[in-house]
Design a protein around this ligand. Structure first.
Ligand SMILES: Cc1cc2nc3c(=O)[nH]c(=O)nc-3n(C[C@H](O)[C@H](O)[C@H](O)COP(=O)(O)OP(=O)(O)OC[C@H]3O[C@@H](n4cnc5c(N)ncnc54)[C@H](O)[C@@H]3O)c2cc1C
Length: 378
């Protein structure tokens, strides 16, 4: 199925070159530092690689969703864990969809230029999958909301200039989801504390943080959308969020497979390339089949998403299946590399640990199955 035009392909080649020149040579340094320098966000913004879909009046290019797909795919294939997809295609759309004219004017140009890095804070120490159980409150006092609570595992949490916080404006609401609102909190607001940068298994260049809100007074003008509408907004945006996640998993799987095929053709044992052993050739054949199935499924979902179809069930299937598939591929590809696979000199070691998060963030595989089952009537 051809979904890309020649213009998309030109854009892909240009972006790939940008990644090779500006990002790949620095990956090891950023992985060690645990963050990506701010000027990279600016460079991405200068080249139009952040929020390309945004209207021109906000600094975007008004581009179609395929440009976002290309950016996410190419970053995933390169194995660069900079949370561009999260910033551009998961968080910024909340501002674009639910923000007032004033909020859009205030924040969106910075999102496109790289001057404003975004994070979204849903998860708490005792509420992840069960989002409605969050305890963070935002109590209205005059023309401010006063936030109190704790968030954890927040991607870009340290580098963020603006965090969309999911909080309860009405903790007593029944059903619980009716009390949830989205509030944009700017870095530097008194009472907003960026606490620990969390040490994690992979995705080292992307900072992940614990955040605290202690009597944090945020202007009521920072409420996104309607008070009590937060859960509805989150549900509405889940389709694209999970599609972006599946695109990342698929891109990583394709890269790992390509590297492993190359390695299996050149590495010799017992006098022949290891790929010539039928056991290994079969493993590669199995992986290539799974990767192809993932790609075909994903491309059909991308086309449906662009067509505006409700594909929440299928996207949930893709998020769990492709996320798990990428992990199976990671395991087998690392195995094919033997001892070298365990060493940092080959990218497979990094891919292996990075894809492990894919079955957890943006909704776990189990939560995806809950959604699928529910939509099937269970
Ligand atoms: C690298 C990384 C980045 C992240 N970035 C962000 C971010 O930017 N913003 C943010 O808000 N959060 C972020 N998260 C948090 C992530 O969304 C949560 O970790 C995830 O939703 C799971 O929540 P939890 O960790 O509380 O696990 P829990 O909800 O405690 O789940 C524990 C286990 O129980 C299973 N489980 C839970 N409920 C059920 C059920 N009903 N049926 C069957 N099994 C169930 C889960 O699938 C899981 O296996 C990130 C996490 C990681 C690892």
């Amino acid at each position: 199925m051809r979904i890309y035009t020649e213009e998309h392909e030109v854009f892909r080649r240009t972006f790939r070159k940008f990644i090779e020149q500006e990002l790949v040579p620095h990956v090891e340094e950023w992985e060690e530092k645990g963050e990506i320098p701010r000027e990279i966000w600016k460079k991405l913004g200068d080249q139009g690689y952040l929020c390309p879909w945004l209207e021109e009046k906000y600094g975007g290019a008004g581009a179609d969703f395929l440009y976002s797909v290309i950016i996410n795919e190419e970053l995933a294939r390169a194995g660069v864990s900079v949370a561009v997809g999260l910033h551009s295609d998961i968080i910024a759309p909340y501002i674009a969809s639910y923000g007032t004219a004033e909020q859009k004017q205030r924040w969106l140009p910075g999102c496109a230029s790289g001057d404003i890095v975004l994070a979204i804070a849903m998860t708490e120490p005792n509420a992840g999958s069960d989002l409605q159980a969050i305890k963070t409150t935002a109590v209205k006092e005059g023309d401010h909301y006063v936030l109190n609570g704790q968030k954890t595992f927040i991607s870009n949490g340290i580098s963020a200039d603006l965090v969309i916080v999911i909080a309860k404006t009405n903790p007593k609401a029944e059903p619980r989801y009716k009390g949830i609102s989205l509030i944009a909190v700017e870095a530097g607001t008194p009472g907003f504390i960026k606490s620990r940068k969390l040490k994690k298994m992979g995705l080292h260049s992307m900072d992940t943080a614990e955040l605290f809100f202690d009597q944090c007074r945020v202007p009521a003008a920072n409420l996104l959308g309607m008070e009590g509408g937060g859960f509805f907004y989150l549900m509405e945006k889940l389709q694209q969020e999970r599609l972006i996640s599946a695109i990342g998993s698929q891109g990583a799987a394709e890269r790992m497979l390509a590297d492993a095929i190359e390695y299996a053709k050149t590495r010799e044992a017992f006098g022949r390339p290891i790929g010539k052993f039928q056991y290994n050739a079969f493993k590669i054949a199995e992986m290539a089949t799974e990767v192809e199935i993932g790609r075909t499924f994903l491309n059909s979902l991308i086309a449906d998403h662009i067509a505006g179809k409700d594909i929440v069930t299928k996207v949930s299937m893709a998020k769990w299946w492709i996320g798990e598939m990428a992990n199976r591929v990671a395991y087998q590809c690392l195995q094919l590399h033997g001892g070298y696979g365990y060493m940092e000199e080959y990218p497979i070691a990094r891919f292996y640990r990075d894809v492990r998060a894919h079955t957890i963030y943006a909704g776990t595989s189990e939560v995806m199955k809950l959604i699928i089952a529910k939509r099937l009537g269970f």
